[in-house]
Design a protein around this ligand. Structure first.
Ligand SMILES: [Zn+2]
Ligand SMILES: [Zn+2]
Length: 158
């Protein structure tokens, strides 16, 4: 029996899913994103590997990948989210320099499941307490598209 192919997808540079069936319905591809006007991509700009759902099971819903599974490069939406999270942290006066560097060290560990993810989650939760609910909510919104399922679960988001 043949292995089912991975689901090829088109995504805009901000991380919106445009076409979740590039192989079967290429006519649903768009040049620009209808939600945000960003350019769309169907391949990694670094290694030209086609974008595929991060969930290898083609029968489950499409999961937009944070990193290229061929070259390991981060996608534009991942970089954007990480950069926005850093900028937001820099504006939070309640955080001292150590907190800010803890947060910056934690964020990449929340976008990929590693042995350090639980540590990153617990650091983030400590910082959430310090920055208060509204700021914690904003930071979560910035990061939610690139958080791994495991990180979301541990943060109580899924
Ligand atoms: Zn978009
Ligand atoms: Zn790549």
């Amino acid at each position: 029996m043949e292995e089912p192919e991975r689901v090829q997808i088109q995504v805009c540079r901000k991380g919106h899913l445009i076409n979740e069936a590039v192989q079967f319905d290429p006519s649903a591809n768009r040049k620009f994103c209808p939600s945000c006007g960003s350019e769309t991509i169907i391949e990694c700009s670094n290694c030209n590997a086609l974008l595929t759902s991060a969930d290898a099971n083609p029968y489950r819903s499409v999961v937009i990948p944070a990193y290229c599974c061929e070259c390991g490069g981060s996608f534009p939406w991942t970089e954007n989210a990480i950069k926005a999270a850093f900028e937001f942290a820099d504006e939070l006066n309640v955080l001292d320099a150590q907190d800010k560097s803890d947060l910056k060290a934690a964020v990449p560990d929340l976008t990929s499941d590693t042995a350090r993810t639980p540590l990153a989650v617990s650091r983030l939760q400590r910082l959430f307490t310090k920055i208060g609910k509204p700021a914690a909510r904003t930071l979560t919104q910035i990061l939610v598209t690139v958080l791994t399922d495991e990180a979301k679960k541990q943060l109580g988001l899924s």
